[in-house]
Design a protein around this ligand. Structure first.
Ligand code: PYC
Length: 388
């Protein structure tokens, strides 16, 4: 570990690693350290359900996440690392008139941004996902769906390892098992950090964490409007391929995809309480099973193998907080709620750009911390995979 770095990034997940990679590759800034208190990808980047999409509700959200989809499309080639991105299509089911209306709204916003999204009929839903119950007698009938062909799934660990290898090859130092213990601020400006392995002098610190982002910001004296909630997920035993697209049901609080290995990966809404726990609960499993069987009754004999939780930093408007803070040199890339993994590449690219150029670019300008004072909130809740 050097005694001084030009940039210190807190968090060795996809956001921190991508930021370091683009700082080095796009801007030649290589005297960069990433501090990770555990191992790379041990937080949200290794706990999410690996879904990538850009079918958001607001123009600024759709535009932003679409850049991420584009970066994900070229990532294997860019990093020379097989990230196994499979654009199988992303289908959000509408079980009532009001969700159908939101799906139409999202489809129109998406189309205006040049994003492939449209509302499809129950017959086409059945064609794309034959195991779904599209009869008219379920408790939650399928009235249609938002269909987004560029969406899909990716190998999230490979994304982490690919960015880490790319950044490291360009000279970035990745310090695992190195915990941030303090941020030194003098006269309103960052001058260094304290770590479990000693102090580092620096004029630029970027908070790229999830789960602990508000506690880390507090070390610099910055308050963030964030509450942290667990989000649980589970995986089944592997079975023969039968489910091609990613299926989302907001009303049933669940989403499911099938990995290349054949396992079904399920997720749900965030837990209804603030916590830093990453353990699964029986309540989640029983709720999940009930909802999944309403969608696909034929799964009744499948067995769950594992369940776990990740931590989601929820903001009042479901938009992230990216940009400078009132402390000179202390930047944040936080507050991703349940959207963090899919934003990794574009957040990394944009934050690197902001640090190199000294101001936030167009794509991230709507997501500044000052919006909570100005009242210019982003309203991205309607694009959540499931209701929260
Ligand atoms: O927004 O697509 C999503 C999502 C899936 C799991 C968590 N968030």
């Amino acid at each position: 570990m050097r005694s001084r770095y030009d940039v210190v990034i807190i968090g060795g997940g996809v956001h921190g690693l991508a930021t370091a990679y683009y700082l080095a590759r796009n801007h030649g800034i290589t005297n960069v350290a990433i501090l990770e208190k555990s191992y790379i990808g041990s937080g949200g980047s290794g706990r999410n359900t690996a879904i990538v999409r850009s079918n958001y509700l607001t123009p600024e959200g759709s535009r932003f996440y679409d850049r991420s989809v584009k970066l994900y499309e070229g990532l294997a080639e860019d990093l020379n690392f097989n990230v196994m991105f499979e654009q199988r299509g992303h289908m959000t089911l509408a079980h009532n008139d009001s969700s159908l209306r939101t799906m139409r709204w999202r489809a129109e916003v998406n189309k205006l941004q040049g994003i492939d999204s449209s509302v499809i009929s129950p017959a086409y839903v059945k064609e794309l996902a034959p195991y779904l119950d599209v009869s008219d007698h379920p408790r939650y009938p399928i009235l249609g769906a938002l269909w987004h062909p560029p969406g899909g799934i990716i190998r999230h660990d490979a994304v982490v390892w690919g960015y880490a290898r790319g950044a490291s090859a360009l000279g970035v130092h990745i310090h695992q098992e190195t915990e941030l213990t303090g941020i030194d601020v003098d006269g309103g400006k960052v001058v260094g950090v304290q770590t479990s392995r000693g102090p580092i002098a620096t004029g630029t610190v970027i908070n790229c964490t999830a789960g602990w982002s508000s506690l880390i910001a507090a070390m610099a004296g910055v308050r963030l409007p964030i509450t942290t909630r667990p989000l649980q997920a589970a995986v089944t035993e592997p079975v023969k391929q039968f489910l091609h697209p990613v299926i989302v049901s907001g009303s049933l609080h669940t989403y499911v995809s099938q990995t290349a290995r054949g396992e079904l990966v399920f997720g749900a809404s965030v837990d209804p309480f603030a916590s830093y726990s990453t353990r699964g609960s029986l309540e989640f499993t029983t709720g999940l099973a009930t909802h999944v069987l309403e969608l696909m009754p034929s799964l009744t004999n499948m067995r769950l193998l594992r369940q776990w939780a990740g931590l989601c930093d929820m903001t009042p408007d479901f938009g992230p907080i990216i940009g400078p803070t009132e402390v000179d040199g202390f930047h944040v890339d936080v507050g991703w709620g349940t959207y963090g993994f899919k934003a990794g590449p574009v957040a990394g690219e944009s934050v690197a750009d902001m640090v190199a150029n000294g101001r936030p670019g167009e794509l991230i300008a709507p997501f500044g911390l000052d919006r909570f004072e100005k009242g210019t909130l982003t309203a991205e809740k309607g694009a959540a995979a499931v209701g929260h």
